[in-house]
Design a protein around this ligand. Sequence first.
Ligand SMILES: C[S@@+](CC[C@H](N)C(=O)[O-])C[C@H]1O[C@@H](n2cnc3c(N)ncnc32)[C@H](O)[C@@H]1O
Length: 118
Amino acid sequence: MTTVDTDPVTQADAAANIAAAGLADRVDLKIADGGQFLADLPDDSVDLLFLDAERTEYPRWWPHPLRVIRPGGLLVADNATSHPDEIAPLAKLLADAPNCYSTLVPVGSGELVAVLDR
Ligand SMILES: C[S@@+](CC[C@H](N)C(=O)[O-])C[C@H]1O[C@@H](n2cnc3c(N)ncnc32)[C@H](O)[C@@H]1O
């Protein structure tokens, strides 16, 4: 698993939590812009992409969030019910994307879940 955040303090907290869970050898922590990180990934290289960053930035990251997901892979975006107006542009992009099927899972802050069937 790779986790990306622009904030070194957040990544240090995450590193401590991951180590406490005994998962330090399984997680690669990057300090980087999520949009640029995705843009630099190859096609079809991600099994599961979980978006929990600055929600209004997601449309500017397009098409990379979907381009990088492998066939059968998942995109999950947090805060779909807590911040529906901010997630709506991403939901529209997913709804319009070919071979992409999305739904809202109303747990916690709301998860927008999309599966790529290409
Ligand atoms: C709601 S917090 C979630 C943090 C973490 N996922 C968690 O659950 O604890 C949003 C995070 O997105 C990060 N962030 C904001 N814009 C970003 C960007 N362009 N690329 C990567 N991370 C970003 C912030 O630094 C912040 O830590």
